[in-house]
Design a protein around this ligand. Structure first.
Ligand code: MSP
Length: 522
């Protein structure tokens, strides 16, 4: 079995600081990457920024700085945010990196020489002040969507990629294989793009200066997708001297992308790869959107001083809270709303009640009834065995879910495991047993309860990166870095001293917090 795993986020537009929406893709990918690492796989997790294009040129001009100065600032802010959120990426690619620029030029030339890129004329509606081409559909009231001024029909020389040639192959790929998930996105692609017929794609511009020059015809710059999509292979060294990573990690296991860019990843990208005669990625996963007031949050709106700044949220409530909300409450593959109430409620219900309380309650009882010392169980009852079996069955299901790239399903199961453990306490009521002096039985219950907590906690490590790590110290256990540890009952030794750790998650007063958050926003 292949022991490597390659996962990517899209490369983000640095048109402004990253939003909680961009954190969504990055955090989801991070949890999948971490999970696979703990399974013992050799993981490569790629993220980065998509830095060319007219918009960047325009922003830099408005700010009166060079494009590179502007980009460097956003990129360092992005990297700082990913560090703050514990994103364990292996490489951060910038499309302005030399190796990427050179690889794109080589790819462009290769496709041109092969006849899959050809020169023709691009016809569009042009806004002279904005120096931008628009399609009929992009216009707002027949005018330029950026400045509102009239547009006029115009033509320019441009290179085209022969996408139409790959129509049948792409249709087969989408309908006969498991290339794109979830299924709803496949239907969308077939109805909106495959059925109407794929058209050749304009892949160069003479009007955009901030781009990768076509080296054999330098008045052209490479336009958008032939620049952006190949980041997934240029980052690994494709067509470069050192292509060890490419040999090891390509084809990609999964490109995780938001639903609005599924078309580029499931139609244009495989066509480019087919033209390059390269193997295709195994899976494109099109996730939904985190919705704010019913819509996708734009970078400009998010940066206008709103309280959903991920930096503020993580300072106030911790990284675990953000990661939990995005992974658990927004069903992977579907859209889901963000509100302060939903966020804070998720914290209280899951982190504080279900999980944090379970840990502190268990340690508390070990202190109170067993003098803080835990031993191996003496005799297991049928209900103990059933409980242990249930935990182990759910543990297996978590692996199955992650194999299907379903982090929401996996984390829900993990919280069901905690909830089952809470129920086990109530079913066995150690406080009643204590009245009858049944210390032996209490030890058995608290032993398997402790082990159930640790087994479950280990599954949680890829998802929540901060507090779950602290739990092991209470039982004098090592923090595991793979799932081979704590993978079945029986690891707690005789005479284990169990000590109280710090309170994992303080319960929040939701009304007070909402008031505070609103104050920060104003
Ligand atoms: N640069 C292109 C991608 C090129 S990939 C070869 C791009 N960049 S983006 O910055 O606009 O978006 C990047 C990712 O952020 C997308 O996957 C997008 O779906 C995601 N998100 C931005 N806002 C989002 C939400 N509100 N919710 C979930 N994800 C969203 O597209």
């Amino acid at each position: 079995m292949k022991n490597s795993f390659y996962i990517t986020t899209p490369i983000y537009y640095p048109s402004n600081k990253m939003t909680l929406g961009n954190c969504y893709t990055t955090i989801l990918c991070d949890s999948i990457a971490r999970f696979n690492r703990m399974m013992g796989k050799d993981v490569f997790y790629l993220t980065g920024t998509d830095e060319h294009g007219q918009k960047i040129e325009k922003i830099a001009r408005e700010k009166n700085v060079s494009e590179m100065d502007y980009l460097n600032e956003i990129v360092s802010d992005t990297r700082a945010l990913w560090d703050k959120l514990d994103i364990s990426y292996d490489k951060f690619i910038r499309t302005t990196d030399n190796y990427h620029v050179e690889t794109v030029q080589k790819i462009f030339k290769k496709l041109f020489e092969k006849g899959d890129i050809y020169k023709s004329t691009y016809k569009g509606l042009y806004c002279t002040p904005c120096e931008s081409f628009w399609t009929e559909e992009q216009l707002v009231d027949g005018k330029c969507p950026d400045c509102g001024r009239p547009v006029e029909p115009m033509e320019e020389e441009a290179y085209f990629f022969r996408l139409s040639k790959y129509q049948d192959k792409i249709e087969k790929l989408l309908t006969e294989t498991d290339f794109l998930r979830p299924q709803s996105r496949v239907n969308e692609m077939i109805n909106n793009f495959i059925k109407p017929g794929l058209k050749d794609l304009c892949v160069s511009r003479t009007s955009v200066k901030w781009g990768i020059p076509v080296d054999f015809d330098p008045k052209h710059t490479v336009y958008v997708w032939i620049d952006a999509l190949p980041n997934y292979i240029s980052a690994l060294g494709y067509l470069q001297k050192d292509d060890k990573l490419f040999k090891k990690f390509w084809p990609c296991d999964v490109h995780v992308v938001g639903k609005e860019i599924v078309r580029f990843h499931s139609i244009i990208w495989p066509a480019i790869l087919m033209a390059l005669e390269l193997p295709l990625p195994k899976l494109i996963y099109g996730h939904g959107w985190l919705l704010f007031d019913g819509g996708k949050l734009s970078k400009s709106k998010a940066n206008s001083g709103s309280v959903i700044d991920p930096r503020i949220l993580s300072d106030r409530y911790g990284i675990d809270a953000i990661r939990l909300f995005l992974i658990k409450e927004v069903v992977f593959g579907q859209d889901g709303p963000y509100t302060q109430e939903l966020f804070l409620n998720s914290y209280n219900t899951n982190l504080s009640n279900e999980y944090g309380n379970l840990v502190s309650r268990t340690i508390g009882m070990i202190g109170k009834y067993l003098g803080g010392v835990l031993n191996k169980p003496t005799q297991l009852t049928d209900t103990d065995k059933d409980f242990m079996q249930e935990i182990m069955n759910k543990r297996s299901s978590v692996f199955k879910m992650m194999d299907e790239i379903n982090p929401t399903g996996a984390i829900n199961l993990i919280f069901e495991m905690f909830s089952r453990a809470n129920k086990f306490i109530d079913e066995n009521a150690p406080w009643v047993l204590a009245k009858n002096g049944e210390t032996d039985r209490i030890n058995t219950i608290l032993n398997i309860l402790s082990e159930a907590i640790i087994i479950t906690n280990t599954l949680l490590l890829p998802f929540l990166t901060v507090k779950p790590k602290l739990v092991y110290a209470s039982w004098n256990l090592d923090i595991p870095n793979n799932f081979e540890k704590y993978n079945e009952f029986g690891f707690i030794k005789n005479n284990t001293e169990v000590v109280k750790g710090e309170n994992l998650y303080q319960r929040l007063d939701i009304n007070k917090e909402i008031e505070e958050l609103n104050k920060i926003a104003n």
